[in-house]
Design a protein around this ligand. Structure first.
Ligand code: SAM
Length: 213
């Protein structure tokens, strides 16, 4: 007999493949192999595209570019005149993201890619000036970036945190890794914050989505 765990996994895997094959995701996988980074899952990329479209996002911030898949997915769904501000501490990631966005056909005028540490760049961005903020960087930095992200959003704006289940460690109380504790802190902070509504989806390795009231 098939165990409920296997059925649940099969459902998750089926949902991940919902959007179908995508050449940009394939290129991100190749870039990730070069950079030693694991790109966002295809289900996560599809969810980001849908969220950006639903929000009719015109001003987006991507904290952590990695291979650039998150930025590419966001711009795919965002409004045609949308501008994405992408921040990454690694010049190699900024180059990879630029190449991926170019391969997707995104005009360079739609992106502002910044090589730098997010904790130094974010305070320079305008409060309430953005429709959507994606946090896709080290989990241990996520609590501070979530705070900054909420500051950047206007009312109705979306905050999205990738790998919010910290590779399935979040539901295991015995796991007290710094990354797991940090994601618990982000989740609890959003749940307790009366100024936001949040939901945690099992997409990819967990997608935490909050809308600022
Ligand atoms: C886990 S990777 C993200 C991979 C991404 N999910 C993708 O689709 O390729 C994290 C990224 O955050 C960047 N990063 C880590 N610490 C950072 C910081 N303090 N400021 C800006 N970027 C940072 C890393 O250089 C890396 O590109």
């Amino acid at each position: 007999m098939t165990s409920p765990d296997k059925i649940k996994y099969a459902s998750w895997a089926y949902a991940e493949e919902h959007a179908g094959p995508d050449s940009v995701a394939e290129q991100a996988a190749a870039l990730g192999a070069d950079l030693g980074l694991e790109p966002l899952s295809e289900g996560t990329a599809a969810a980001l595209t849908v969220l950006a479209a639903a929000a009719q996002a015109r001003s987006v911030v991507c904290i952590g570019l990695g291979t650039g898949l998150g930025a590419a997915a966001l711009l795919r769904g965002a409004a045609q005149n949308a501008v994405l501000t992408g921040i990454d501490a690694s010049a190699d990631s900024v180059s990879a993201a630029r190449a991926l966005l170019q391969a997707q056909g995104t005009a360079s005028s739609r992106t502002r890619l910044i090589t730098g540490k997010a904790d130094q760049v974010l305070p320079r961005l305008t409060s309430g000036g953005y429709d959507m903020v994606l946090i896709d960087t080290e989990a241990t930095d996520a609590p501070g970036y979530a705070e900054q992200g909420l500051r950047l959003l206007h009312s109705g704006g979306l905050l999205v945190v990738s790998d919010a289940l910290d590779r399935d460690r979040l539901p295991r109380p015995a796991v007290r890794e710094p990354s797991t504790q940090a994601m618990r802190q982000v989740e609890a902070g959003l749940k307790e914050n009366d100024a936001v509504l949040s939901a945690l989806f099992p997409t990819g390795t967990g997608l935490l989505v909050a809308v600022k009231k």
